[in-house]
Design a protein. Structure first.
Length: 105
């Protein structure tokens, strides 16, 4: 018996909403391209039920499936920007605080 993930149970609301929006955007992109669930699922290399879950923003769907769907709609190039350290404002602020504290010593 496999261990059930706590991801769905402990998911922050903001994350849940973001995944729903991502899934909805992928669904809209698929429909705008006039692709059926079956065709898009085959090209994403997932089952139709998994594609439905992906389009609903289910956090249990693998990031690889989301990434492949983004690739199919020409948006996978945006993935690295999500966690780009050069634009991580919180980390940059923490780094500045550390430098300032060290300078005061």
């Amino acid at each position: 018996m496999s261990k059930q993930s706590n991801v769905k149970i402990m998911l922050p609301y903001a994350v849940e909403q973001a995944l729903r929006e991502l899934g909805d955007c992928i669904r809209i992109a698929r429909k705008r391209r006039k692709e059926s669930l079956m065709s898009f699922a085959e090209r994403t290399q997932v089952s139709i039920p998994t594609l439905r879950k992906l389009e609903a923003g289910d956090p249990a769907v693998s990031i690889a499936a989301y990434a492949t769907a983004l690739w199919l709609i020409g948006r996978v190039h945006l993935l690295p920007e999500i966690a780009n350290p050069a634009t991580d404002e919180n980390a940059l602020l923490l780094q500045l605080r550390t430098i300032r504290k060290a300078g005061k010593r």
